[in-house]
Write a protein that binds this ligand. Structure first.
Ligand SMILES: CC(=O)N[C@H](C=O)[C@@H](O)[C@H](O)[C@H](O)COP(=O)(O)O
Length: 230
């Protein structure tokens, strides 16, 4: 599969992020593989998978591209998504076609330019998980093919409820292939992302984090109960 073909496959499509709640009941390679297969059945054009073992398991059985990441908790950096060159090489070896990395300009162990070069050397497409327009511009200047809004709202302060449509618009205006990602918890929010210029949309929690979805319903019911009981 060449890069152009893979990028074309993502054009105005859904990427399903299959990242269960850490250490929860669904956090096994088998459950993640089944989620990925189910998402494919539902029409997802690609899946986003965390962890080298999970990527290898999913890539073995799935005929759509895998966006691979490795998440790490580092002692001296807030950067979590694919911080090391070894992560890039291991993801490529495991079968990821796209490799996403944290593209924020925070203190980090390896420069983003080195990560991008390693992703491209491995024959993969790079995806920059950005928080700001500046992150996106920097990544695009490095030749990164997919510019994601993934980190918007997650680099300090309270996490907003809504997705960041302004960032989608700002990035799309520059002609970038924008992956709208982060808090697209309803189909209408995802379709608005496309209307605002996104190339494709990644949805995670609302599709594959059962605990979160369940909690949303429980909270809504609790709220209604308080009103009814008044
Ligand atoms: C900020 C960060 O670390 N985001 C992570 C990136 O892989 C995941 O935890 C998110 O689930 C993913 O981006 C999809 O977003 P949402 O689950 O909101 O649909």
């Amino acid at each position: 599969m060449d890069k152009k073909y893979i990028l074309k496959q993502l054009d105005h499509q859904l990427i399903a992020s299959c990242q269960p709640v850490d250490n929860g009941p669904m956090d096994t390679p088998e459950a993640i593989t089944r989620m990925a297969l189910a998402c494919r059945e539902g029409g997802a054009a690609a899946v986003r998978i965390q962890g080298v073992i999970n990527v290898a398991e999913v890539a073995k059985v799935l005929d759509i591209p895998v966006v691979g990441i490795v998440k790490r908790d580092l002692p001296d950096s807030e950067v979590r998504i694919t911080p090391f060159l070894e992560d890039v090489y291991a993801l490529a070896e495991a079968g990821a076609k796209v490799i996403a990395y944290d593209a924020t300009q925070r203190k980090r162990p390896v420069a983003t330019s080195e990560l991008v070069a390693a992703i491209h050397r491995s024959g993969c497409i790079a995806m920059a998980d950005c928080a700001t327009l500046e992150d996106g511009i920097l990544a695009a200047e490095m030749g990164v093919e997919l510019i994601g809004t993934t980190m918007s709202g997650y680099t300090g302060g309270p996490v907003p409820k809504e997705p960041d449509y302004q960032l989608i618009r700002d990035l799309a205006e520059r002609g970038y292939q924008v992956v709208a990602e982060g808090r697209f918890n309803q189909p209408e929010l995802a379709s608005k992302a496309i209307s605002e210029g996104a190339y494709c949309v990644t949805v995670g929690s609302a599709i594959t984090r059962v605990e979160h979805i369940c909690q949303w319903f429980c909270d809504a019911i609790d709220e209604a109960s308080l009103i009814v009981e008044k």
